[in-house]
Design a protein around this ligand. Structure first.
Ligand code: ADP
Ligand code: MG
Length: 620
């Protein structure tokens, strides 16, 4: 029998390989932009026509190529980035397989001009379906320009497979954003069909985010930073209140490369548990730096997956850092209250020891003088034992306090050094006064923050406040029971009194003192300070009922269930008319919560309309 094995000609082999590397215009864009970055370019232009069908051109001012490299770069496995197998484990550049240009040239008409800075003349190479049509000296600027024309002209099946222009363009745009985000020190422009879509100047990460996604992002993010041995991370995570129903701007980069890593995304999202409703997603832009030796490089270069050696450690660090950013800066949210406050801040010079500020309180100062209410200044800690809002026992004060002010809001400012501002928090102080609030429909409180107009659901907000107080008390074993003037006897049916016995340890952690008297009767001698005397029996009944319900739903944490139920039943009902001071107190208390924007049952407590949102509404 005759031999049947053939070695495929290079042009066919390249076409087959090309299928893996270049499956649509966006993947060619990715390869060309990455090559430009690898070449050390500080300025990159992307020019696209017909969503990449007729033209994809990338012009860079990088190192350029010599005459012979200009020809060689289109060969398969031609790369300047690895020389020996060991290099594979220390790879830092984007590409390293030497396949991209060969693949692109196999399925398009390519024209390249390139010049190194020490050569007067550059080289032009024209290549079509792996066939070199021309190579000649040319005049051109230092750097490289590669124009890819009529992609897939020789593979009609693939060309027909392309989606409509708007879809292909959105893929290209996404690739462009990923590369431009992480390479924020590089200038980029992006033209499509002659129209300038992006014009990005070298800047810092925060400014690049704002330049790509809109300046309203400035108000929506907290900085995040952590330097540890296995991983250094830095970037921005979205404020919980801006979480969205759909996964939107979620970017993780490792060593300068965009990656998709569901496990690490989960680490960030886990930090938002209880802060945002289920099935809503925060934005984040996080860069990780790890030792390349601890990354698995044995993955396809065009894919966005990577594997880490220390995956679970990185998970824990990322989650903790996100939590820290959210916790640390939720306090700062409070500082936004005074819309007129100018947050410009200059860090103290090294070696400077700040003086302890002298606080002059004006005892006659009354922030509500225009409304005629009298107020007193009191210590902020005492707010933790303040009773409900709008209740008869209520006697509200207004908090006027000296609060350390962070310049965090300025982190997008011109002189931004990309440092998180937490360390600056202690370095400045500023007086905080809340702006006036109004109540609407006996149900909503409307006020202003620096980031916009806020509409708060009073009942849900109060639930959140009470819930956190109860949980805190339980955790800190600081029950603070309030003795009743007259002990109260409560009677239950047999089943409920059994359940109440089960709940007694939790209730006592929260500040109840109750003991069984026999015959399904309990005597209550003390309660948490939030509870009205007349309402004890009813409250315990509701708590037992909710507990039964939570057992049905297999809600595992008994303590949490009790706190949740109490919070729901103690909170100021909708329909209670609140005084100005009560609203101020509620707002202040809400913003000192860990998770001010969500009720303990997972519903939003408020929404913020930023200036942009309002302008958008009025323009639509
Ligand atoms: P890889 O990037 O994996 O090395 P490519 O096929 O993308 O493979 O590129 C092959 C080689 O061509 C690169 O290793 C680099 O030396 C050279 N090259 C490609 N693009 C550029 C560019 N824009 N500027 C300078 N050199 C480039
Ligand atoms: Mg490459």
């Amino acid at each position: 029998m005759s031999d049947i094995i053939n070695i495929l000609p290079d042009s066919v082999a390249n076409q087959i390989a090309a299928g893996e590397v270049v499956d649509r215009p966006a993947s060619a864009v990715k390869e060309l932009l990455e090559n430009a970055m690898d070449a050390g370019a500080t300025s990159i232009q992307l020019i696209v026509k017909d969503a990449g069908r007729s033209l994809i051109q990338v012009i860079d001012n990088g190192c350029g190529m010599s005459d012979s490299d200009a020809r060689l770069c289109f060969e398969r496995h031609a790369t300047s980035k690895i020389h020996k197998a060991d290099d594979l484990f220390a790879i830092r550049s984007m590409g390293f397989r030497g396949e991209a240009l060969a693949s692109i040239a196999a399925v398009a008409q390519v024209e390249m001009k390139t010049r190194q800075y020490d050569n007067e003349l550059g080289t032009m190479v024209v290549i079509e379906a792996s066939d070199v049509k021309e190579q000649s000296p040319c005049t051109c600027p230092v750097g490289t320009s590669i124009a890819v024309k009529n992609l897939f002209f020789n593979i009609p099946a693939r060309r027909n497979f392309l989606k409509k222009d708007s879809i292909e363009l959105s893929h290209i745009e996404e690739i462009f954003k990923r590369i431009a985000l992480v390479n924020y020190k590089t200038d980029f422009t992006f033209h499509h069909n002659g129209k300038l879509l992006y014009d990005l100047r070298a800047s810092n990460f925060a400014q690049r985010i704002a330049a790509i996604f809109g300046s309203h992002f400035k108000e929506r993010l907290y900085p995040i930073e952590e330097k540890t041995e296995p991983v250094s991370l830095f970037g921005y995570v979205g404020k919980a209140e801006y979480a969205k129903r759909a996964r939107g701007e979620q970017y993780i980069f490792v060593n300068g490369r965009y990656i998709k890593h569901p496990f690490l995304s989960a680490a960030i999202e886990k930090a938002y548990t209880e802060l945002i409703p289920e099935r809503s997603y925060p934005s984040y832009f996080v860069m990780l730096e790890v030792d390349p030796m601890k990354l698995d490089v044995n993955i396809h270069p065009t894919k966005t997956e990577v594997r880490f050696v220390d995956e679970s450690i990185i998970f824990a660090i990322l989650r903790a850092a996100t939590k820290k950013a959210l916790g640390q800066f939720s306090l700062a949210t409070q500082l936004e209250f005074n819309p007129a406050t100018d947050l410009d801040f200059t860090p103290a010079p090294p070696g400077y020891t700040p003086e302890v500020p002298k606080v002059d309180l004006d005892p006659t100062y009354n922030p509500f003088s225009s409304t005629g209410h009298s107020t007193t200044i009191r210590d902020s800690h005492t707010s933790h034992t303040s009773p409900g809002y709008g209740s008869e026992r209520n006697h509200m004060d207004v908090r006027g306090s000296q609060v350390p002010l962070s310049a965090y809001e300025n982190f997008f400012g011109e002189n931004d050094s990309c440092q998180p501002e937490s360390n600056k928090m202690s370095e400045a102080s500023h007086e905080l006064r809340t702006s006036e609030s109004i109540q609407f429909a006996s149900r909503y409180i409307i006020t202003t923050l620096k980031s916009g107009l806020v509409i708060i659901d009073q009942q849900r907000a109060h639930e959140r406040i009470i819930y956190e107080r109860l949980m805190d008390r339980r955790m800190s074993h600081h029950a603070a029971p309030q003795q009743l003037m007259f002990p109260v006897n409560c009677r239950f049916n047999a089943a409920d009194s059994e359940l109440l016995k089960e709940l007694t340890p939790t209730l006592s952690e929260l500040g109840f003192i109750l003991s069984p008297l026999g015959q399904n009767t309990f005597v209550v001698t003390a309660t948490p300070p939030e509870i009205k005397e007349g309402a004890i029996q009813e409250l315990l009944e509701k708590t037992i009922a909710d507990y039964k319900g939570s057992m049905v739903q297999k809600f595992s944490d008994r303590d949490q269930s009790v706190c949740l139920s109490m919070a729901r039943n103690i909170a100021t009902r909708q329909g209670s008319v609140l005084k100005a001071e009560e609203m101020q107190q509620l707002i202040a208390d809400l913003f000192s919560c860990q998770a001010p924007n969500i009720s303990p049952s997972g519903k939003p407590t408020m929404f913020i309309m930023g200036e942009h949102d309002i302008a958008d509404k009025l323009n639509s």
